[in-house]
Write a protein that binds this ligand. Structure first.
Ligand SMILES: [Zn+2]
Length: 484
């Protein structure tokens, strides 16, 4: 919703090449920056944002100062790639986020975990399959078990060289880790230990690169929704058996069945299937029920056609089954347990971005950090729920029903100093941090070399008290608190 033209056909007037033109070429001929001819790694000419052109205005529901777009100009031969190369722009008036190194190959900011990776693991999982446990174990070696979901952003993109290979069409995936509820068609299990979590982690939603995976919040909300919804028995006729709703159901969910049956006023009568009709501002009632957020009485019946073939968009719906009611669902699966009174409603997300053999730059960290913070941004009660289809908009109201969403990373562990006090024979600092995490008091006489004075594990309420009782102490000493 940047401007009047559709995103896929906008001319790329924002970028200029080194020679000042708007035309770019992707090349694999070993020239003009491309390292090796014929290796199927295509390199663009250098380009930059044209400073003479103002950035498009930000949609009120999207983060300020960010712009994502695909580059149709970089299209040398459409037979090579399934998706168009993308660029993201961060306005220079957006300040860089603070980053802290938690290990030599892990940096974090307020809302992002950046891992140096060596095997392009996320793209492998999206295209081939495989695991992410080696990466998540690294996360838990430096951060607490404080996340329900670890959504992964792609920072690169790989395709099979036959661009129409089916795996190239995967724009996101859901990797289950544990489930602790019943009544949804799934079983209770706990595989958290393999991922390095002590029981909290629920799933890993994975998103493909930029325009493919994060040009709107829909992909991320879809993958998160897989944790609860659309696993009902196919005997109910509303699911397709692969974690999505049947294309012949009219449930209007983010997980499929995004259709509406409208009265056919033309010859033949009956109903017409209208596609992509879901309410993109609120999750469908059945999905909220499966999340444990609303009761059975709030779930309306679902219309399903009995056609054996998938009805095409705008096709005639010739016949319907009896509507599938919540009683039908409960008869097969039992009532969703726990229900609205006790089901989890506070969700913590730790957004992750792996980067191949390097750390993300300050600009990249800021870009992904802003996206993560925005996805979980609280909205005032009277703020209209944003559409999650166009643009990267907060998903908090989409799930709604009193749920709270949080994407803190650095803020989880950062110590807050609450008291600094000289004692008769020492020095004392009180503060709060993450319960069970070690906080160290470091001392220095020259601000260059620091030595540990003492350390404490934060209590169950996060509080700690660090005392320097060493005798004798230097007449002047600088202190700082760090974790670990
Ligand atoms: Zn899906």
């Amino acid at each position: 919703m940047w401007n009047a033209c559709a995103p896929r056909v906008c001319p790329h007037v924002f970028f200029i090449s080194e020679t000042g033109t708007n035309s770019f070429y992707l090349r694999d001929d070993g020239l003009n920056g491309d390292r090796v001819a014929g290796d199927y790694i295509f390199t663009s000419e250098k380009c930059r944002y044209d400073p003479n052109i103002a950035m498009p205005p930000t949609d009120p529901d999207e983060p300020v100062g960010i712009y994502q777009n695909n580059l149709n100009d970089l299209w040398v031969d459409s037979d090579y790639f399934l998706i168009t190369p993308s660029l993201a722009i961060l306005n220079t008036n957006v300040p860089a986020v603070e980053t802290v190194m938690l290990a030599s190959n892990i940096q974090v900011s307020a809302h992002l975990i950046n891992l140096v990776t060596t095997n392009r693991e996320l793209q492998r999982v999206l295209r081939i399959g495989g695991g992410l446990t080696a990466l998540t174990q690294r996360i838990y070696s430096v951060l607490p078990d404080a996340f329900d979901f670890l959504p992964f952003f792609s920072t690169d993109h790989i395709e099979y060289s036959n661009r129409l290979t089916s795996a190239n069409f995967v724009s996101g995936k859901y990797m289950p880790v544990s489930r602790n509820f019943t009544g949804t068609g799934t079983s209770v299990f706990d595989n958290t230990a393999a991922f390095g979590s002590s029981g909290r982690l629920k799933a890993i939603p994975m998103m493909d690169i930029m325009e493919r995976g994060i040009n709107s919040s829909q992909n991320t909300a879809h993958e998160i929704s897989h944790h609860w919804a659309a696993e009902l028995s196919t005997s109910l006729f509303i699911t397709s058996g692969d974690g999505h709703y049947s294309p012949n159901s009219f449930i209007n969910s983010i997980l499929g069945g995004q259709y509406k049956a409208v009265t056919n006023t033309g010859p033949g009568g009956g109903y017409i299937k209208r596609c992509f009709y879901m309410d993109y501002t609120n999750a469908t009632p059945l999905d909220k029920y499966l999340m444990g957020l609303i009761s059975t009485s709030a779930v309306p019946p679902v219309l399903v056609s009995s056609n054996t073939l998938v009805i095409p968009c705008d096709g005639v719906v010739s016949n319907f089954r009896a509507p599938v009611t919540i009683s039908n669902i409960v008869a097969v699966h039992g009532v969703r347990t726990p229900g609205p009174a006790t089901a989890q409603k506070d969700f913590r997300l730790g957004f992750v971005a792996g980067s191949h053999n390097r750390l993300l730059t300050a600009t990249e960290m800021t870009f992904y950090d802003l996206l993560a913070a925005h996805f979980t941004k609280p909205l005032a009660s009277n703020y209209p729920p944003p559409m999650i289809t166009y643009g990267w908009t907060p998903a908090t109201k989409f799930f709604g029903e009193g749920t709270t969403w949080n994407s803190d990373v650095l803020g989880l562990i950062r110590p807050t100093i609450t008291n600094v006090q000289w004692l008769v024979n020492g020095f004392r600092i009180d503060g709060t941090g993450y319960p069970g995490r070690t906080y160290r008091l470091l001392g220095s006489t020259n601000l260059n070399s620091w030595t540990q004075v003492t350390n404490k594990i934060a209590g169950t309420n996060g509080s700690f008290s660090l005392h320097d009782n060493s005798q004798p102490r230097p007449t002047t000493r600088w202190y700082k608190v760090s974790t670990p």
